[in-house]
Design a binder for this molecule. Structure first.
Ligand code: ADP
Ligand code: MG
Length: 225
């Protein structure tokens, strides 16, 4: 019976997500239709309208590609590996992007812990978190990534020097489609949280306003699986 309960809960979540997706995609579609109508009517602000149309198409594009990621089966590709090389791979991947904002990404210590991970999914987790940190800073600063381990878990801390997250919004940031960004999808942290939960880990975000944000990813050590 418990199994049934869990299954129906998952179904509801999927249903809610689907409803959210429809809502989020319908808005740009309605807007697209409206602007195409205007162009068809031969309005003289063509350039402006093409820009809006392109922005709306890009919004639908990003929602689709992020959703594609969660439609893939979760954690069926796990292997025993260290987490640090994955973190380093993401750092070098994001370094060019960060430099454009004068943001520096550093890893301040090392950790050789062995974990049981789906590498590509965990890589996606750190890409999402570093991307958010860069977007939050928007100007000169440092993103500090550190890794440590205790008896049972390995923890990765991603600390930025951005404006932080107001206390009253902290409980909303993992909800699908919650975004404070013009071009955001609000799917990054929901996907991040799902991937970590599927690895039996825990995802926390700490922030005090104007002190930046710290994302903490805790994952079980391989020996403790
Ligand atoms: P998106 O990046 O598309 O907005 P996310 O799910 O990645 O969606 O993030 C949701 C929201 O959480 C962001 O819009 C932002 O308001 C907040 N947020 C996430 N990370 C940070 C951070 N490092 N600093 C400040 N705010 C953040
Ligand atoms: Mg994001």
């Amino acid at each position: 019976a418990e199994d049934m309960l869990i299954r129906s809960e998952k179904l509801t979540n999927a249903g809610q997500l689907a409803a959210g997706v429809v809502h989020e995609i319908r808005n740009p579609l309605t807007s697209l239709k409206g602007f195409v109508d205007l162009l068809e009517a031969g309005i003289d602000r063509e350039r402006e309208y093409y820009k809006i149309i392109k922005d709306e198409i890009e919004k639908i594009e990003s929602i689709s590609s992020e959703l594609l990621f969660i439609s893939k089966p979760l954690t069926n590709n796990q292997t025993v590996c260290q987490i640090q090389p994955i973190v380093d791979e993401v750092i070098s991947l994001m370094q060019t992007h960060a430099k454009q904002y004068d943001v520096e990404i550093i890893r301040s210590n090392s950790c050789e812990a062995l974990l049981y991970l789906d590498r590509s999914q965990i890589k996606q987790v750190f890409i999402n978190l570093v991307k958010n940190a860069i977007e939050a800073m928007q100007s000169e600063g440092t993103i500090d990534i550190s890794i440590d381990q205790n008896e049972n878990n390995c923890n990765v801390y991603i600390e930025d020097e951005g404006p932080g997250i107001p206390q009253h919004l902290l409980h909303k940031i993992k909800e699908p489609f919650f975004t404070t960004k013009e071009e955001g999808t609000g799917l990054g942290l929901m996907i991040t949280n799902r991937i970590i939960e599927n690895h039996n880990g825990e995802f926390k975000v700490e922030s005090s306003e104007s002190e930046g944000a710290t994302c903490i990813v805790s994952l079980p050590l391989h020996d403790h699986e």
